[in-house]
Design a protein around this ligand. Structure first.
Ligand SMILES: Cc1cc2nc3c(=O)[nH]c(=O)nc-3n(C[C@H](O)[C@H](O)[C@H](O)COP(=O)(O)OP(=O)(O)OC[C@H]3O[C@@H](n4cnc5c(N)ncnc54)[C@H](O)[C@@H]3O)c2cc1C
Length: 397
């Protein structure tokens, strides 16, 4: 087993960390406290520089304009970009667009790629993914109300979705809707592209979360699909293949989410350590001399490193044996890393005292916005249940 990171990757990670620290961090406070559109001109300038450096689309093959990184290299890049809430956006590898790009690359028809994928890759448009419903449990997505009924060469889509992230300003949504109500549960839904300018597409509101409505890319919308009529050719993959496609998207995607959370934990850890040595409780007595702070530092270091090894191992397994073989590993990292990240952010806030609660550091943004990590892409309890059931199978005769 060789844990060394190749020199070329190490140099790339170091360059990216410098770029994120020097160019992206300075925009964070305005991002956290003001409307997204106010920093868009600066973000566009940074995107231009990222392209010039050859860092655009780290997750996409070279022949589609990306960096063509391998799966593991991309995972490590995701950690560095994750240190800032704006990191992935600046490199055009932000959720939910990155997942939609992946789906269109793998399952899209040529015409769909031309019309929707190419402008997405160029950063000219944004998109969203509309699956969760307000009145049905997201944890049981096969029990869904939104329907897409065939009418000649069209689907007519009807339903109420919510928490469609980044719908505000998006050019299209990929909507999960029931097309085959009589099929077995996992074969009932399809993924269909719905341009947001389609008559009947109503963005009802941006849902206020933790006291902020957000805007543009940084928002979560409630959406009513009121007899939205789109051509059948907007369906991605076969009829009834919606869940299979969603599964293909979610498995590897969770590696990148987890690495992003490790980036957040590393950032919080650094802020905590810096404060521990800079803050004096009395003349000559630093905060870091206190045993409780030392415990948090030591425990955080161990937990971040353990989480990274777990994630990289799961990534290696996906690479070597496929996402299906790594199903339990993926569930393990999803709840472990989300919990670790929130614990480290909380310890950092405690270490900073009132400063940690203030918006003078990024910690308060992380505390507000990253709590959701234990809910989206499968709640903790659902993943724990997957793991435990698989383990208990070994004890049943
Ligand atoms: C910030 C954020 C962004 C999101 N972005 C998107 C998006 O872009 N597109 C989209 O379609 N959706 C999105 N979602 C929705 C997300 O996928 C759902 O919130 C998630 O699937 C959980 O569904 P739910 O909220 O309906 O909770 P429910 O399904 O009602 O579950 C509530 C709680 O019940 C418990 N529970 C549920 N099932 C089980 C079980 N089997 N065993 C034990 N306990 C259980 C868990 O504690 C769970 O937290 C987003 C959510 C958040 C918070």
């Amino acid at each position: 087993m060789d844990f060394r990171v190749p020199d070329k990757t190490r140099r790339l990670l170091s360059d990216l960390k410098d770029f994120i620290t020097n160019e992206v961090y300075p925009l964070e406070q305005r991002f956290a406290l003001g409307p997204f559109c106010e920093i868009l001109p600066e973000l566009d300038k940074l995107r231009k520089r990222v392209r010039q450096q050859g860092w655009w689309l780290p997750q996409i093959p070279e022949d589609h304009g990306g960096m063509g990184l391998g799966f593991m290299d991309h995972a490590m890049v995701s950690e560095v970009l994750g240190r800032s809430p704006l990191g992935h956006y600046v490199f055009n590898s932000q959720a939910p667009d990155a997942g939609n790009m992946e789906v269109l690359l793998e399952f899209g028809e040529n015409a769909q790629r031309e019309k929707w994928l190419n402008p997405l890759l160029q950063g000219k448009i944004r998109s969203c993914f509309s699956m969760t419903e307000r009145d049905r449990p997201g944890s049981n997505p096969v029990w869904m109300e939104t329907s897409a009924v065939r009418d000649g060469d069209n689907y007519v889509i009807k339903g109420q979705k919510w928490f469609t992230s980044s719908a505000d300003g998006a050019a299209f949504a990929i909507v999960m809707a029931i097309t085959n109500p009589d099929a077995e549960p996992h074969r009932r839904a399809s993924q269909i592209i719905v341009p947001t300018e389609t008559p009947g597409f109503h963005r009802v509101r941006n849902i206020s979360c933790m006291g902020h409505e957000g805007s543009d890319w940084a928002s979560h919308s409630e959406i009513r699909y009121e007899d939205c009529r789109v051509p059948v050719s907007n369906r991605i993959g076969g009829e009834g293949e919606g869940f299979a496609i969603a599964q293909a998207r979610l498995g590897p995607g969770r590696i990148h989410h987890c690495m992003r959370w490790i980036g957040i934990a590393e950032r919080a850890f650094e802020i905590m350590c810096r404060r521990a040595v800079d803050r004096e409780l009395a003349p000559g007595e630093i905060l870091g001399a206190k045993q409780s702070i030392q415990n948090w530092i030591a425990e955080s270091r161990a937990e971040i490193d353990a989480s990274r090894l777990l994630v990289l191992h799961a990534g290696w397994k996906i690479d070597a044996e496929g996402a299906k073989a790594a199903r339990v590993d993926i569930s393990v990292i999803k709840f472990t890393v989300a919990g670790m990240m929130l614990k480290v952010v909380d310890r950092a806030i405690q270490t900073l005292g009132a400063l940690g609660i203030s918006d003078d550091t990024i910690l308060s943004y992380f505390y507000r916005n990253e709590r959701a990590a234990r809910i989206y892409d499968g709640a903790d309890e659902v993943h724990k249940s997957v793991v435990a059931r698989r383990i208990l199978r070994n004890y049943q005769d």
